[in-house]
Design a protein around this ligand. Structure first.
Ligand SMILES: O=P(O)(O)O[C@H]1O[C@H](CO)[C@@H](O)[C@H]1O
Ligand SMILES: O=c1cc[nH]c(=O)[nH]1
Length: 257
């Protein structure tokens, strides 16, 4: 168990226990720019630190501190953010991200709540072997579902494919090389047939490492593209989708304090 004292900074985040004011719940977006926007929807938003991809803010919900810290893109940096926040006393992690849907019935603007992730990452294998599930915490998931209902969002609950790469691992051909390795050829079709809802890039690591360490984690994402229809998002829709998913994650955090 870590011996982090109240004033010592963790390795990467530039945060101390004192700065977190007893926060046990963290909201963890991928995008560093999203941290401020999330914190500003809570009471008394305060910037804490900004190092590399890790941009941290503090806010309050019902008089209790909640930390917001971006993870950057992908599993390795996510694992650092989660480990260091846990050293500082955080026990509940709610990721709020953007995502590409792969099922035709899911619309841009809907929100997706992940119950478990297909582990197409590398970092999760450093925390638990392959047969171990990347599964979300039940309380986090039910809080996200209830919050989505209260905000009247169209929410889908199910499985996410969580890939280390945005291009080959999500079987994108609109690229410089225009090709993907054999391993990924036809993979989107396979995930569709297995009722996977969407692609994103951090939940496999987040959910596996949190389950393995006895921490709670949940995952919600706003759909910015549907890969059965288009490859590129529209800026205006993206903004609205982010606002909707952020409002839901804040409401869920309130119930997990
Ligand atoms: O919007 P965020 O939280 O960054 O999430 C998604 O967007 C990034 C890719 O564009 C990846 O991080 C993916 O998981
Ligand atoms: O298609 C998408 C959209 C956002 N994030 C992803 O990882 N994939």
């Amino acid at each position: 168990m870590s011996q982090t004292d109240i004033k010592s900074e963790v390795f990467h985040l530039g945060l101390t226990k004192a700065m977190l004011k007893g926060a046990t719940v963290a909201i963890v977006p991928g995008d560093p720019g999203r941290s401020q926007r999330i914190a500003e929807l809570m009471h008394n938003p305060q910037p804490l630190a900004s190092h590399r991809e890790f941009n941290s803010w503090l806010g309050e919900l019902d008089g209790k501190a909640v930390v917001v810290c971006s993870t950057g893109i992908g599993g390795p940096s996510t694992s650092i953010a989660v480990e260091e926040l846990a050293q500082l006393g955080v026990r509940t992690f709610l990721r709020v991200g953007t995502t590409g849907a792969i099922q035709p019935h899911i619309n841009v603007g809907d929100v997706l709540i992940t119950t478990g992730s297909v582990r197409l990452d590398g970092a999760s294998y450093h925390f638990a072997p392959a047969p171990y599930p990347a599964v979300a915490d039940f309380d986090c998931t039910t809080a996200l579902v209830a919050a989505a209902k209260s905000k009247r969002a169209t929410a889908h609950v199910g499985i996410t494919a969580s890939s280390d790469t945005f291009y080959p691992g999500q079987e994108r051909y609109d690229t410089y090389s225009g090709r993907v390795n054999k391993e990924w050829e036809g993979s989107m079709k396979q995930w569709q047939a297995l009722h996977v809802m969407n692609y994103e890039m951090e939940s496999a690591t987040l959910l596996t490492m949190c389950a393995a360490m006895g921490l709670r984690a949940g995952m919600i994402a706003g759909v910015i593209v549907n890969r059965t229809q288009q490859e590129t998002p529209n800026a205006e829709t993206m903004k609205k989708t982010e606002n909707d998913s952020v409002a839901i994650v804040i409401e869920a955090a309130r119930h997990l304090l």
